[in-house]
Design a protein around this ligand. Sequence first.
Ligand code: HEM
Length: 260
Amino acid sequence: MIEEHISSSEKERSKGISFLDVLLNIQENDSSSDFHLTKEHIKANLLIMIATGTETSFAVLDWTMAKIIRNPSQMRKTQAEIREIPKGEATVREEHLSKMLYLKAVIKESLRLNPPVPLLLPRECIQDCQINGYEIPKTTRVLINAWAIGRDPENWESSEEFKPERFMKCSIDDKGNHFEFIPFGSGRRMCAGMQFAPTSIELTLWSSRHGLESRRPFFFPCRFCASQWGNRLRHVSIFFHALKADRTVYGDHHNLFLDG
Ligand code: HEM
């Protein structure tokens, strides 16, 4: 893939500029620093982006859909906002997304209950310290349980309930400044995709909710698994009917049944 991009002409490369093209351009043109980007650096960067960026975003999307499909009023609110803000435009733009406050709250609530990296990355203590009466010696490896922190009843009212409305009223963000909510971690090694990930999830949810209604055809109990690592992905499938939304979007009222 790298070779293909290298051999493509400069014009072609600047057309649909991708992450790889950006790195190759830096490699070719940036003589300002002592640090030289090698092919190995580029490969490692691509690998880490794919490894860290795909399953995490996918898991959040999956949990979010599963949660709102089970709650018709939350689904209606999400869809109303998604359809109202772009006012009939066929595509959504960044400025539209910034106004979709309920959609953002839905994603945050999903991250609170089901963070895809529940134990963050391991840390090592750089000095002796004491936490809640426990002595933690220097060099101890520490795991931070973001999953438990997000469900702590001392911080969150009705902590086990999926209530996106809580984020409409509070200023707690997911940028690592509020330690009661750290789905992207905190500090120097926090998630490098923290700005990009929510936008990509918002866009995907927008496109899946914009023209379709999803209804579960009948009720059946869903067990949501929330084990230590296992809460990244759900263990139980949810089957639903996807229905075309309305005349404005697709031009007819026929129902489309997509089980899966
Ligand atoms: C909703 C989706 C995502 C969540 C919840 C998430 C969460 C996290 C968490 C918790 C960490 C460890 C931070 C820490 O221990 O303090 C992390 C690290 C990282 N994430 Fe994400 N991530 C997501 C999506 C992405 C995406 C889309 C990318 C890139 C395109 C990405 C790139 C990275 C990288 C490179 C690291 C390692 C940072 C380092 O070690 O310095 N993540 N992520």
